[in-house]
Design a protein around this ligand. Sequence first.
Ligand SMILES: NC(=O)C1=CN([C@@H]2O[C@H](COP(=O)(O)OP(=O)(O)OC[C@H]3O[C@@H](n4cnc5c(N)ncnc54)[C@H](OP(=O)(O)O)[C@@H]3O)[C@@H](O)[C@H]2O)C=CC1
Ligand SMILES: O=C1O[C@H](COP(=O)(O)O)[C@@H](O)[C@H](O)[C@H]1O
Length: 603
Amino acid sequence: MAALSSSPSPPPHCSSSAYHYSKSLSSIGFHHHKGLTLSSSSSYSSIYTKRFSLQSKPSKYSNVVLCMQDGAVAAAVSPIENETPFKKLKDGLLNVASPEEQKEAADFDINRDKSNVSITVVGASGDLAKKKIFPALFALYYEGYLPQHFTIFGYARSKMTDAELRTMVSKTLNCRIDKRENCGEKMEEFLKRCFYHCGQYDSQEHFGELDKKLKEHEAGRVSNRLFYLSIPPNIFINAVKCASLSASAASGWTRVIVEKPFGRDSESSAALTKALKQYLEEDQIFRIDHYLGKELVENLSVLRFSNLIFEPLWSRQYIRNVQFIFSEDFGTEGRGGYFDNYGIIRDIMQNHLLQILALFAMETPVSLDAEDIRNEKVKVLRSMRPLKLDDVVTGQYKCHTKGVVAYPAYTDDKTVPKDSRTPTFAAAALFIDNSRWDGVPFLMKAGKALHNRRAEIRVQFRHVPGNLYNRTFGTDLDQATNELVIRVQPDEAIYLKINNKVPGLGMRLDRSYLNLLYAARYSKEIPDAYERLLLDAIEGERRLFIRSDELDAAWSLFTPVLKEIEEKKITPEYYPYGSRGPVGAHYLAARYNVRWGDLGLEQ
Ligand SMILES: NC(=O)C1=CN([C@@H]2O[C@H](COP(=O)(O)OP(=O)(O)OC[C@H]3O[C@@H](n4cnc5c(N)ncnc54)[C@H](OP(=O)(O)O)[C@@H]3O)[C@@H](O)[C@H]2O)C=CC1
Ligand SMILES: O=C1O[C@H](COP(=O)(O)O)[C@@H](O)[C@H](O)[C@H]1O
C-alpha cells in the first residue's frame, strides 16, 4: 500500500494529473492524513477536489477528495487530520460520497479535458488588476489550482498588444518565498496563457470581438467564463450588459466578479443590483469584499465554532465590547478622485469592517454551506440599530512635517476639491439588538494616513466578579481584563491577554500574552485574499461573496447617517498625517465606558 503524499515524483498509483492534484492538496494538509492509503495495484485517472461539497455529511469535512477510477468514484477522503470519514467501497478503499456526488465527480472526470475556463480582467490596465488580480491568478497557476485549460484575457481601452500586456503583468509577478522552485519557468508558461483585447466598456461590438478570440482559445471545449470587473463603478452596468449580451459562455457557466463600491447608499445600491439583474442571475454575480478572503477572517469561524473555550464566552454575559480597527499609514495617494466621492465610511466600514462584524457576531450556521452562512450574517445585520450621528466621529488628515519630510493634507491631492469635507477617518459605535449581544458596544475605527497599518479585532472581556487579586492589579482594573486580539494584518496573529503571577516569593500580577503568531507557527506564506476569492469564483463557491440581501441590510445601517453627515455638512475633525487620529474617537469610546485597545505599546 502506498500513501498519497507530496513526494517529488508521482507515486505509482497516480497518473500525472492525479499527482498534480494531490500535490496541490498537500498545501491544505492532505498528506498528513494518516488514514489514507491507496492500493498500488489501482490506477486512478484523476483526483477531484471539491470544497464544502458534502452537505449531507457532517459539515466539518470541508475539503473532500474524490479519487476516480474507471470513470467512477473509488474513494472519497477528507484531508482533516485524525478524522476518518471513509466507508469501505472496494479494493480496500473507502467512500463517503453520495450517488449525486459520485455522478458530479464522474462528470467532472469526463469533462475535465473538455472544458475551459476563460478569465477576462475588465480594466486590465488599472491599479487593482496590476497590483492584485494578475499576481493572484499567477499564484493559483503556480500552486496548480487553475484548471488544465484556462486562458486569461485583459480587456481595457488602452492600446496594448499581447506582448505589452505580458510585459506589464510580468513586472507584478513574484513567487512565494517558500516556493521559488522553477519560478521563472512557471512565469513564462503563465504569461503565454495571457492575452489582451482592446475595447470600449460600452461596446457590444468590441465584446463580440473578444468572444471570437475566446472561442478560438476554447477550441470547441465547454466554455466557462469569468469576468472580473476591475473598473470604476460608473461603468459596471455597461460592461455587464455588453459582456453578457456579446460574450457569455455558449455552453458552460458565465460569472461576473463585481468590485466594490456597490453603490453609495441604499437607493443606488438597489438600482445597481436591479440593473445587473437585467443581464445576470443573482447566482452569476460575485460581489467581492476582499477582507472576507483574508486568512484570519476565514479563521474567525474556525476559532469560534471549533474551540469549546470561545463559543460559551461569546455573548453579552462575558464580553464587554468588541472593536474593529482598520488603519493605514498612507493617504489616498492616487485614489483621491474615487475616494472623495465615497469617504472612509463607505470605503471601509460599510463593507470590510461590517462583514467581519457579521461573521464575528452571527449564530452558528446550520452548515458551512454558503447560503447557511449568509443567512446567519443577514440576521445579525438586520438585528442592528441604524447608526446615529451622535455615535459617529469623522476626521480628515491635514499636512504634517516630520523632520525634513512634509506629508500632504488630503485636500492637497489634485483630484480632491480644496473644500472637501470627505472623512478619511471615522469611528462609530454600533449595537446589535438581539439576545446574545444586547447592550454590547461594537466599536469601529477606520482611517487613512495614521501612525501605522493594521487591521484587527479586539474583544474585551468583562471584569472578574469579586476578584480576589484586586489589590495586586494596581490601580487600573480596566487594563487588567482579558482581551482577545485577532490581528488580521500585518503579522497575522491571535493572542490573548491574561493575568499572571510574576514569578517570585511575593504576589504581584502581570499582563502576559498567550500568542499564536502565524509566522512562528506556520512556515507557509499566507495566500493573498484575492487568490482565495478568485479560486472560489472559479469553483462556484459563494460563501465569501456578498448576497444582495446582505448588501441591502448593510446599506440600511449606514445610509441615514451618511445622508445626515452630508446634508448637515458636518466638518470633520482634522488630524495630522501620521498621527493616531482625532481625539473625538476617544470621547466616543469613553461614552460607552470603552478604551480603545490599540493605544498601548504591545507587540
Ligand atoms: N485599487 C485598489 O486598491 C482597489 C480598487 N477597488 C475597486 O476596483 C475597481 C478598479 O480599481 P482600480 O484598478 O483602482 O481603478 P482604475 O482607476 O485604475 O481603473 C481601472 C481601469 O478602468 C479604466 N478607467 C478608469 N477610469 C475610467 C473612466 N472614467 N471611464 C472608463 N474607463 C475608465 C482604465 O482603463 P482604460 O483607460 O485602459 O480603459 C483603468 O486602467 C474599482 O471599482 C475600485 O473601486 C477595490 C478595492 C481596492
Ligand atoms: O477596499 C479597499 O481596501 C484597501 C485596503 O486593503 P488591504 O488589503 O491593503 O488592507 C484600501 O486601501 C482601499 O482604500 C479600499 O478601497
